[in-house]
Design a protein around this ligand. Sequence first.
Ligand code: SPD
Length: 318
Amino acid sequence: MTTDDRHPQSSSSDGLYQDDDDEDKKLHNSNTSDWFTERSVLWPGQAQSLQVEQVLFHQKSQFQDILVFQSKTYGKVLVLDGVIQVTERDEFAYQEMIVHLPMFSHHGPEQVLVIGGGDGGVVREVLKHKSVRQVVLCEIDSMVVQVCKTYLPQLSASLDDPRVKIEYLDGAEYLRNHPNTFDVIITDSSDPVGPADVLFQRPFYQSLHAALKPDGICACQAESMWLHMDLIRSLMQTCRSIFASVAYAYTMIPSYPGGQIGFAICSKSVRDSLTKPLREPNAVTTQSLKYYCPEIHEAAFVLPLFAKRELEKEDYSG
Ligand code: SPD
């Protein structure tokens, strides 16, 4: 599959994702006047651009196109298959929320699985919980890990922690072989096009349920309420048919389309409310945080009316 099969709208005359190699080479040789433009079938009719100061890495792995560039105002940027995954400026808004929403909703997580997340940012946040004995990072693409070790050490340094075990495997396959194993599972996926597509399907959520211990909780990247309401409604319906308690939360992140992205938070046991944390960060942990706090934990589940109504159409309850 080519990049253009996955992102048929990703070519442009001024962006990094070009249809022909000559244009791509031109970018590599250029300096401050170039822009990276993110376009996708998943957000038709809109695009976001970041100004590129220097391309640091651009290569195709066995699974996807990997790009790292130094941007003018967002620090270093990691892009997979034409879609921004991490910018140094705002990555904490995503990593802290996808991790601490489920982790502080668990009384004492010891065994944690991260699916995807080869940049290491999610693992960095998981390790802030002193109860954690082991984090398994299941990332299909070893090149993502290697590239991030070179260019994004403030995220990837976490992967050298002795509590971290890296498995270069397909996440769905790994889950099937580890029933009843994890307290918390975090699916840090890219969007449902290409290799991450299966991570948004019912069989994957059934495998998540099976891999959790009886009081386990999972958090999965669940797209933007501004752009993917139909997908979110269907995903939440699937989750509710599998898990005992389910809720949708979101974070604000300017470098993602729509400036916002959400998470499906699912508990295997019945919970009165997933929206209230069971534990709170201590003073030392709070010093290391830039987004998450107990107040924002609860606020993240309060949806704007348009989204709340859409999810209530399917008898949504948090
Ligand atoms: N639309 C982009 C969604 C990207 C989600 N994954 C981010 C990975 C950060 N660890």
